[in-house]
Every structure is written in C-alpha cells, then in structure tokens.
Design a protein. Sequence first.
Length: 314
Amino acid sequence: MNLQQFRFVRETIRRDFNLTEAARSLFTSQPGVSKAILEFEDELGVQIFERHGKRIKGLTKPGRSVAAVVERIMCEIDNLKKVSDEYARRDEGSLVIACTHTQARYVLPKIIPAFRQHFPKVHLSLAEGSPPQLAEMVLNGQADLAIATESLALTPGLATLPCYSWTHSVVVRPEHPLVALSAKKNFALTLEHLASYPLITYDRAFSGRGSVDRAFDAQGLRPDIVLEAIDADVIKTYVDVGLGIGIIAGMAYEPHRDANLVCIPAGHLFGEQTTRVALKAGVFLRDYVYTFISMLTPELDADRIRELVENKRE
C-alpha cells in the first residue's frame, strides 16, 4: 500500500464517491483512481466501497473503519509538511479563513490589515458559506479555520474557542413609528412591538437566527417574517425600500454608512450570542495561525490559545 492509494480513497469519499470528480481534483485519470482503489482493497483483503455495477455508492462497514485510519494518516502527512514549512519558511505560506458574510464584511476588515503588517508574505483567502459548510471546509482541509456563531462547537472533530460576544439590533427607516416610541423616556422594545410589523432577518442557518425564533416561540408569538437573507447588507437594503423592519447582528449597523436607517438595540430580547473560531483537531498549525486567532480573541495571547487548543484535542 502507498500514499497515493490513501489519497485516492480520501478524495473519493470527499467527492461523494464520484470517481470522475475525484480524479479531476487529483489531476489524474478516472480509470487510474479506480484501479488503485481495487488494488488497495485486494491488498487489505476487505471491500472498502459498496458498488452498484461499476459505480461506487458508499462505504462498507469495514470501509468506514479504513476511511477513518486513512484520514488520520493523511492528516499526519499534512502535519509533516506544515512542520517543514514552519521552520523552513517561518513567515511565508497561506491562510484560508472560512467565514460567514457577517464575519467577512464587519469583523475581519478590522483584523486582516493588522495581520498583513505582521505577515506580509502570507497569502490570505476568504471562503464564505453557511456554518455547516464552514465546518466541512475545515474538516476536509479546504480551510485552516472557520469563524461563525452557529453549530461549530457541536461539530465532532473540531476544536473551538470563543472569539467575542454580540447582540442583535433592530433597524428601521427614520419615519417608522418605533423610532418615535424609542425616543420616549423609559421605553423598552418588546417582542410584541416587533410582531406587529413585517420582519426581515437572517436565514435560519445564520447569525443567531435560532435565538430569534426561540424568543418569539417562548412568548407564543408568530412573527410575520416576509424575507430571509444570509447577510445584513441585503436585510438593510430591503428595510430601506420599506419592505419591513430588520433584525440584524449589532455589529452590522454602521452609523456612517447606514445614515438612512435608525438602529434600536434588541439584545435584551434575543440574548447574547457567541462567535467561535474552529480548527480541525489534531492538525499542526503554523505560528501565524495562532497569531491570527489571538487578534480575534485579544484577551488571549498566542501561547494561551495554543495551550487551550491542545487541551481540547486530548
């Protein structure tokens, strides 16, 4: 058996058992991949993949065990390359950050310029997606880390750390009745206020939407959500054209850019949200990755983050 066979098996699984896609991603031929996998199965004496004719449909029971071992082996091979790079090219390399639009648009612009000053030779890439997609990117080695509010801490195989906390805000046009109400002394925004108007907020996979739904459910209210979107810019656009009032992450309201809208804090209604950074457990990380994470979590330095991550992997 050899590393090429391991690589073919792993990529076939990652490409949903599509040998053509696996071969394309590995810059080789589909017959070559198929032949290598069959030889690997013969050498092991077990069938790794379930087949229907010539098509691979999934993993057999022993195949699931083999796949887990192959993934660990390939992870350690990747670690060896990263260790070599760390000492041979200490301040050079790449960093792929998987994040939601909210992180890319409102959080990372405060971090990335400072990081670039420290590591000008590190090539940065942003890969946007939903929280489940971000987790998959990290687990599959397509990203070095992921940043999101939802689901990362619940994903097996990831080590996560809290980055920062935030709350929701409501955005409305200046002439909206809630603006006059909010100006009154001792005014407190309620869920009943919000349920009286058409609402625009995040898709269910993004930016604390679950806490919004739970808050309304707990009060037995059925909000009229007329539009869902994956980013705050879209929500604010449709608030501005009069479709409804928006519920967004507080950091997504920028007074100098959103002068056409009024922001009303709503953290007391939906609670505090925690954004987390996730790393694949067991993966060797370059020093500049720890530095980047420390910029996201300024209360922790790189050494403390390394200690926390290593403890989570045990």
